[in-house]
Design a protein around this ligand. Structure first.
Ligand SMILES: Nc1ncnc2c1ncn2[C@@H]1O[C@H](COP(=O)(O)OP(=O)(O)O)[C@@H](O)[C@H]1O
Ligand SMILES: [Mg+2]
Length: 486
């Protein structure tokens, strides 16, 4: 539960009010008590004087027993509205004179005070001994009235005092907090994004210092922000320039590789052609050793020509524009496997392609990608009987991917990441021919599609190559589909 209102202004006012109310109540309480006691003492003094004045005639009446002479004093006293009754009793306690004539001759009654009145008595005596008692009953009304008046006056002064203090407190609180509120409003506006907003509060006191400090801080914050903004813009410009430069260099390098590869083709073809011609036309004239050297030259020239073709393909792939369309990946893989089988009919290969895999991809590039993976699987299962090659749609980390799995030579998984770098090969050229450029081309194509590619394998136990082609690019068209059998 909240006792004080949220606003600082009202908290100050309420605190002042509460403090002043306590002090005021205490002061008024003291003052009215003091006034009350003073009047009470005054009344008592008056009563004592009255009794003292009456003492003389009373004593005389008792000595002379001429009680009638005392009666006028009684009458006189009764005129005072404070006086209710007067009794004079002799030494034996018998009433000898009274305001009420019926009491004369009776025994002195008990002088009990009730709420409305009280008794004052005086014992009368002379040198010979006690003479009697004089008793006057006074009304309590005047004292009660004075008490009530003092109380009302106190309450009145208290209430009006508190009202004045409430007004003064609120006004004071307002004066004190108005400037604070301006600082708070400026802070709030700044947090909403009004960056140019300042409090404008100044002065020699703490609030003035706060306002100045706040404005100063806002100024510096704004300056820092501007500096940061400028730095960011400069950095962006630099990154753009660097990227452009890198792209330019990359393009130059690619066109260099492309040009070199292209220019290598013609001399290579000459080497190949002449070595073949030599073998065909002059083999008989050559010694065995020379024929073997020639044969090696021809094989080397062929390998080099394959390498040049692979490099040209890689650079063509890199420079080509990506055009995505829906492609029946299962059908494409099936066709490629059929081509491999036709070129190598004596191999015994069990190939399985999951039906209905559909890809949003560039069909030309996707064919190059699949051909490289399938050709590798075909190549590295050489010597396996039966060789098994499988193409399937799978799921990795919630993402669809296509995997090509085989039961071939496999590789040491420690070097799996190296396979995608150009010219990196884990098998010897004698065992498995190749240039080492194929998987770089695969990776390039996958990256162009915004996907990723990875390899898993174990030496002698086969390999698995998987790739994605960017978000939602791979799906199963129809799980029970009839197409796509490889
Ligand atoms: N299916 C596979 N099984 C085992 N090793 C593979 C397979 N595919 C690729 N590799 C390894 O990755 C290397 C690089 O492959 P790639 O770039 O296609 O070059 P290449 O096929 O010309 O050797 C291969 O030399 C081989 O060591
Ligand atoms: Mg290859």
């Amino acid at each position: 539960m909240r006792l004080l209102p949220r606003s600082l202004r009202y908290r100050i006012a309420a605190t002042i009010f509460a403090l002043e109310a306590v002090v005021l109540t205490a002061v008024i309480w003291q003052a009215t008590g003091f006034a009350r006691d003073a009047t009470a003492r005054q009344i008592e003094e008056m009563e004592r004087v009255t009794l003292g004045l009456l003492g003389g005639p009373a004593r005389e009446a008792l000595l002379t027993e001429e009680y009638d002479r005392f009666q006028p004093y009684v009458e006189q006293l009764l005129r005072d509205p404070h006086v209710v009754r007067v009794l004079l009793a002799d030494e034996s306690g018998r009433v000898v004179a009274a305001s009420d004539a019926r009491l004369v001759g009776e025994v002195m009654p008990a002088l009990t005070a009730d709420g409305d009145s009280y008794w004052r008595t005086v014992a009368l005596a002379n040198a010979a001994g006690p003479l009697g008692t004089l008793a006057v009953e006074f009304s309590a009304g005047p004292l009660a009235r004075i008490h009530a008046q003092a109380r009302n006056l106190g309450i009145g002064i208290g209430l009006s005092g508190m009202a004045v203090i409430a007004v003064v407190g609120v006004t004071f609180g307002m004066l004190l907090t108005r400037r604070l509120e301006r600082v708070a409003a400026a802070a709030e506006a700044m947090s909403r994004g009004e960056r140019g907003r300042r409090s404008g509060v100044r002065g020699d006191d703490e609030v003035g210092a706060l306002g100045a400090a706040f404005d100063d801080m806002a100024e510096r914050l704004e300056a820092d922000r501007r500096a940061l903004e400028e730095a960011r813009a400069a950095l962006e410009a630099r990154v753009r320039a660097r990227t452009a430069q890198l792209e330019r260099t990359n393009r130059e390098l690619e066109s260099f590789v492309s040009a070199v590869s292209h220019d290598l083709r013609a001399p290579l073809r000459a080497v190949q052609g002449f070595s073949e011609a030599l073998i065909e036309d002059h083999a008989a004239a050559l010694p065995d050793e020379a024929r073997e050297y020639l044969e090696r030259m021809r094989a080397a020239a062929e390998r080099m020509s394959q390498l040049v073709e692979d490099l040209l393909l890689l650079s063509r792939v890199s420079r080509s524009q990506l055009e995505r369309t829906p492609v029946d990946l299962s059908r494409m893989a099936g066709e490629l496997l059929a081509e491999l089988r036709a070129a190598d009919p004596e191999r015994e290969v069990e190939a399985r392609v999951a039906p209905g895999i559909e890809a949003d991809a560039d069909p030309r590039l996707l064919r190059v990608l699949l051909e490289n993976l399938l050709r590798n699987a075909w190549k590295f299962t050489r010597g396996r009987a039966p060789a098994r090659i499988e193409v399937s749609l799978e799921r990795e980390d919630g993402e669809a991917c296509v995997c090509v799995r085989d039961n071939g030579a496999g590789f040491d998984p420690r070097y799996a990441h190296k396979l995608f770098q150009p010219f990196q090969r884990l098998h010897s050229a004698q065992e498995f021919e190749g240039s080492g450029v194929g998987l770089s081309t695969v990776q390039r194509i996958v990256h162009m599609h915004g996907g990723r590619v990875w390899a898993e394998g174990r030496e002698g136990e086969g390999a698995r190559f998987c790739f994605t082609l960017g978000p939602q690019a791979l799906r199963l068209r129809d799980p029970s589909g009839r197409e796509g059998r490889g």
